[in-house]
Design a protein around this ligand. Sequence first.
Ligand code: PAF
Length: 284
Amino acid sequence: MQVVTQAQAVQQQALAWRAAGDDVGLVPTMGALHAGHESLVRRARRENRRVVASIFVNPLQFSPGEDLARYPRPIQRDLEVLEGLGVDAVFQPELDQIYPASFRTHVDPGPWGEVLEGRSRPGHFRGVLTVVLKLLELARPSRAYFGQKDAQQLLLVRQLVRDFCLPVRIVSCPTVREPDGLALSSRNAYLDPARRSSAPALYGALRQAAQAYRDGRKDPAALERLAVEALSGRPELELDYVALFDEATLERPAEAGPGNVLAGAVKLGGIRLIDNVILGAEVL
Ligand code: PAF
């Protein structure tokens, strides 16, 4: 496995692979890898001749007061995991390889970047799309892999690819969960035992609403309310939003249907948790 730190070097390698006819799968990460990331890498490994994983804690996507400085960076362990999964190259740039002093241009995500996660995390999606565009340009993948857990990110990345005619297929991969339902996230490491035991309640509430949908309730506002009510018995979870939206347009449909996303965000002792379920698809 090559560990590449220079932007130009990773681009040259990717272009050489593509010129030789090899397809390339990119798994962009911020490191602190867990089984969710591993499932993205495994899928990329199955579907591509070459696999590149990037590890870059992107400061642009952290809002002021967020956890940029303390974001976990277990780099040696991450490299061992990626080596074990048969990754061909890890792109692990320093800050100046992505944002040199001369860097000026940013991707404006438009109105979809201002709602839900974007409302609570100003500038977050501008940072995400800027770094994703850069990583796509550098690693020149045929396919890039993203987790369904970050449903709004996924939707915005798909839009970025459409808007800029980028020759890459975006592949979404199912959320990986702990046995008690908690969606895996690098930030779960911040939860102390008491908060950790409360954390699956977000998924529990979304699941309850998804079950009601299966039982025939189709009113989006009523389904959202159900999840909010389920959370109201857990005062330690500070609700940010529960929203049901169309998976392609981020709009609330007139009637809930299969494939729609029911997403939620809470704060638990200052730690932000997000999760979502896809209506009609979730194993309940
Ligand atoms: O989902 C993430 O880990 C990040 O937002 C990403 C896509 C690697 C961009 O920094």
